[in-house]
Design a protein around this ligand. Structure first.
Ligand code: ADE
Ligand code: ZN
Length: 334
């Protein structure tokens, strides 16, 4: 079986995708038109041409600006549905997307509208496409812990439930320790906990996300190699790392795909997964990421199956669903 064929067949689980990061320029223009909002660019081509980043912040500035077109329940439904259609094409079987409510609430969007639109699309996909899901709300680490706590309270009081809390946005200077109370509260309320760490920030942020915030998975985590003791611990504990190769190249976390540590990380036994992060901005969806790393790093069939396995095991799907997905993986690799 060719790598291409194997990748197409693998039952994929996506654990690190920001729904706002799936906003393709054409969709942004459509939402802008129907909501009567002006965008700084005059066409989708011009918007795409502006996607040249020097670091995480240079990306976030553009990403938050584009988010201004998202206003209604229908916008969030359409955004999520469009992502799920891409996911079906990539044989994604389970997904745990992020959304950033604070980005939209400052513009007057009601929390309930966004979470309802997203949930409606996710529930429909379960019925229509057989894709299961868990929904993770991220709080923005460059805003205050009080604002994060207020957002969490809003989420917990809403009729539409979420399954987990995450931590994203500007990493350096906003350490995990800032959000201990928020994550304690989320854990007590029964939410799963994840955090972006070790993308631009130091390896100590990975350690602290686990120790101080109770993070069950680490989003990115690619800088863990700077602390060999931490690597040993992540291997022992089988801590899932949601690695995003295209994102790491686009935001200059690594110099090129060929220089990406993913293969070494797999070979030392880290529970690495492959994800798209913000596919509309970084050049491709999960299948594109799999194909590109397989080629650039010369991954074997075993590596590819291991990536899919790690994502199933590292997901928050219940045991019955994990068993189904593992059976699909076995079949795909026979
Ligand atoms: N928000 C969207 N994508 C992100 C990333 N890669 N890191 C931090 N925050 C983000
Ligand atoms: Zn991310």
């Amino acid at each position: 079986m060719s790598h291409e064929e194997l990748i197409a067949r693998l039952p994929k689980v996506e654990l690190h995708v920001h729904l706002e990061g799936t906003l393709e320029p054409e969709m942004a223009f459509e939402f802008a038109r129907r909501n009567g909002i002006a965008l700084p660019q005059s066409s989708a081509e011009e918007m795409r041409a502006a996607y040249r980043f020097t670091d995480l912040q240079s990306f976030l500035d553009i990403y938050y600006e584009a988010c201004s077109v998202l206003r209604t329940e229908q916008d969030f439904y359409d955004l999520t549905r469009a992502y799920l259609e891409r996911a079906v094409a990539d044989n994604v079987r389970h997904v745990e997307p992020f959304f950033d409510p604070q980005t939209h609430m400052v513009r007057g969007v009601a929390y309930h509208d966004m979470v309802s639109g997203i949930r409606r699309a996710l529930d429909e996909a379960r019925e229509r496409d057989g894709i299961s899901s868990k929904l993770i709300m991220c709080v923005l680490r460059d805003l205050s812990d009080d604002e994060a706590m207020a957002t969490l309270r809003t989420a917990l009081l809403d009729a539409v439930p979420i399954d987990g809390i995450g931590l994203d946005s500007t990493e350096v200077g906003n350490p995990p320790s800032k959000f201990i109370a928020v994550f304690d509260f989320a854990g007590a309320a029964g939410l799963h906990r994840v955090a972006h760490a070790g993308e631009e920030g130091p390896a100590s942020y990975i350690r602290d996300s686990i120790d101080l915030l109770g993070a069950e998975r680490v989003d990115h985590g690619v800088r863990c190699g700077e602390d060999p003791g931490l690597v040993g611990r992540l291997i022992r504990d089988k801590t899932c790392l949601t690695v995003c190769p295209f994102s790491n190249v686009a935001l200059k976390v690594v110099a090129s795909l060929e220089d990406h540590p993913l293969r070494e990380m797999l070979d030392v036994g880290l529970a690495v997964t492959v994800n798209s992060d913000d596919p509309a901005y970084f050049g491709g969806y999960i299948g594109d990421n799999y194909r590109a790393v397989a080629e650039a790093l010369g991954l074997t069939e075993d590596h590819l199956a291991e990536l899919a396995f790690n994502a199933i095991v590292g997901s928050f799907a219940d045991d019955e669903r994990k068993t189904e997905l593992l059976a699909e993986l076995k079949k795909a690799t026979e």
